[in-house]
Write a protein that binds this ligand. Structure first.
Ligand SMILES: NC(=O)c1ccc[n+]([C@@H]2O[C@H](COP(=O)([O-])OP(=O)(O)OC[C@H]3O[C@@H](n4cnc5c(N)ncnc54)[C@H](OP(=O)(O)O)[C@@H]3O)[C@@H](O)[C@H]2O)c1
Length: 303
């Protein structure tokens, strides 16, 4: 692997992303994109202590202007970008909004990574691999997700999602509908971009349910403690479950693979899997992309 290569990772300060950033350090310079400079500095030091190289870039993925600025800063670094990992994400159980009044989960998980990727694409060399960390909870046929209260993605339109409006008949907790719909947006983006831009590669990974990550921090201290110290050690024995460390290995392998694969959705073991029937319909993923572009076109460029 060329040590001149640079790998961009979003959300490298916790859970799956932190572990993946440490793995990626073996493959070249790691561009750490996160919202908290102090947390970024810690990961940067950890990578440098292992003899690796890292560059921190600050971005808040709930804010399209911040994300576009960060993409511009990364391009200006002039690195040889081999891959981009869209990993940052949130899973609040209840509805929250950004300062613009947009659904916080949809903005952070779908709009921000979409705008970030669109800003980087023209600057990526042929063959670069763009990977999104997705989630099978977007699929209403995914039984463990249904048992956990999900009802699959509840897409009405991108504008409705931005307003936090979901297709009726969803979960009893709106946060679950927001999360599932935002993660379907990630997968739709991968599938449509892979068809649209064959000079690059776009792939998706479902990392497995990792109770040891920080994603469930909203669930309250007792559940967070149980998840980390009771459920997480059981993960290797349970189908569809994983740990941040195992997920990081699979993601790093997919991202750095010397392969032509594009438009592939990998499961927690790194094997190809299928998304929901809805997202597999090319007309649907193209609609999500077109509506997202139309919405983002209304967001003023950063000053
Ligand atoms: N854990 C699971 O079971 C699971 C299953 C399927 C998919 N996933 C996906 O895996 C990815 C990583 O999740 P995780 O489980 O590792 O969660 P995590 O431990 O909570 O890590 C999330 C990362 O995203 C960052 N982030 C959150 N909001 C951000 C914002 N507005 N701007 C910039 N960065 C932001 C966090 O930064 P801070 O450190 O500053 O908070 C953190 O680095 C997510 O996309 C998630 O949807 C997770």
């Amino acid at each position: 692997m060329n040590s001149q290569n640079a790998w961009i990772i979003t959300g490298p300060t916790s859970g799956i992303g932190r572990r993946t950033a440490l793995e990626l350090a073996a493959y070249g310079t790691v561009v750490l994109v996160g919202r908290d400079p102090a947390k970024l500095a810690v990961v940067e030091q950890q990578i440098e202590a292992r003899g690796g190289q890292a560059v921190p870039v600050v971005a808040d993925f709930s804010d399209v202007g911040s994300v576009r600025r960060a993409a511009g800063e990364i391009v200006a670094l002039g690195l040889q970008i081999a891959g981009v990992l869209n990993n940052a994400g949130i899973f609040p159980l209840e509805s929250r909004t950004t300062r613009q009044g947009w659904d916080l989960t949809y903005a952070t998980n779908h709009l921000g990574p979409f705008a970030f990727t669109e800003a980087l694409v023209p600057h990526l060399p042929d063959g670069a691999n763009v990977v999104f960390v997705c989630s099978a909870v977007e699929d209403p046929e995914r039984r463990p997700a249904v048992m956990a209260g999900f009802r699959g993605a509840r897409f009405v339109s991108v504008e409705a999602s931005v307003r936090g409006e979901w297709k009726p008949g969803g979960s009893t907790r709106p946060g679950l509908d927001a999360y599932a719909t935002s993660k379907q947006g990630n997968l739709a983006t991968v599938l449509a971009f892979a068809r649209e831009t064959p000079r690059l590669r776009f792939n998706a990974v479902e990392p497995g349910f990792s109770p040891g990550s920080g994603l469930s921090r909203d669930a309250g201290p007792l559940l967070v403690f149980l998840s980390k110290y009771v459920l997480s050690p059981l993960a290797p024995m349970i189908k569809y479950w994983s740990t941040p460390k195992r997920a990081a290995r699979v993601i790093a392998e997919v991202l750095t693979a010397d392969s032509d694969a594009s438009g592939v959705y990998y499961d927690e073991r790194g094997k190809p899997m299928l998304g929901s029937a809805q997202v597999r319909d090319p007309g649907f993923s193209e609609r999500v992309v077109a509506e997202t572009r139309a919405f983002l076109a209304t967001v003023p460029a950063a000053p």
